[in-house]
Design a protein around this ligand. Sequence first.
Ligand SMILES: O=C(O)CCC(=O)C(=O)O
Ligand SMILES: [Fe+2]
Length: 328
Amino acid sequence: MSAQAPLAARQIDTAALPVVNVSDLSSSDPARRQAVGETLRRACLDKGFFYCAGHGVPQGLIDTVFAETKALFAQPTEKKMAIEKSLSRCNRGYEVLGGQTLEAGAPPDRKEGFYIGVELPEDDPRVEAGRFNRGPNQWPDDLPGFRPAMVAYFAALQELGSRLMRGLALSLDLDESFFTPYCRDPLTTLRLLHYPPQRADAEEGEKGAGAHTDFGGLTILLQDQVGGLQVYDEEGEFWIHADPIPGTFVCNLGDLIQRWTNRRYRSNLHRVVNASGRERYSVPFFHVGNPDYEVRCIPTCLKEGDVPLYAPITVEEHLQAMYRKTYA
Ligand SMILES: O=C(O)CCC(=O)C(=O)O
Ligand SMILES: [Fe+2]
């Protein structure tokens, strides 16, 4: 969505992103929930990227998700190709190294991935109607712990995402339930990613993930201890290294929130460069709402004299356009 940032921009290693403890979003005291909303507002008005602490997702589940993710990517190529994404009508399953180009004009991303979504049987009316990204998942047949771990993690993150959306509503001085209709029947995607180390002899401009903004509402990223995520600072024209902080997720706002808020909250440019010499694994969860929900400028986000910058669009229309753009 955003303009291309200068890739040769100066880089700094400052942890310039705030840590927001969201545990009080579960408080029965409205004032404590509102206080989290205020903290979220400051983070969202700045970069739209923050570390999320106090999220309540058990560390044991997180460790299992990483273990299963590594086991999946360690499988022989033919095993992974047996559940490759093109075999699915709803973009589920394995994505080959270089399968996506997130940054227009750059070389393909040096990452391999795996897509998981809401599990729907073939005879579900939404699947029979051919709705975008609706249908069954593809699962590896010889990793018995994989599916239960991913299903449990998906459910935990879906709940966290909806909780954060209530916090986001508070941050915008809206009713806490403002985004509830959007959160029903979600089109969320869980994505597993493996970034091999950057190559010394790589084509100019090759990255793990090219500079991009996220398509959906809210992204909740689990990253390992290797590092490599970079967030663009538009004013300073440099990349902030969003190094891992144990026990936190990195949360960022996607395009839909930028559209809702008329760019008051931004969908910020970010990228991955795995210069560590090690394998990197990450697990972004794209909390995306109801496909039929129409995202339009929130009236209170419109300052006097401003006009909406974006036409209303349904969640499904926007996602389809972004998939077309990055999977040429
Ligand atoms: O792997 C990461 O750290 C970020 C991945 C990402 O930005 C994405 O999949 O949209
Ligand atoms: Fe992203």
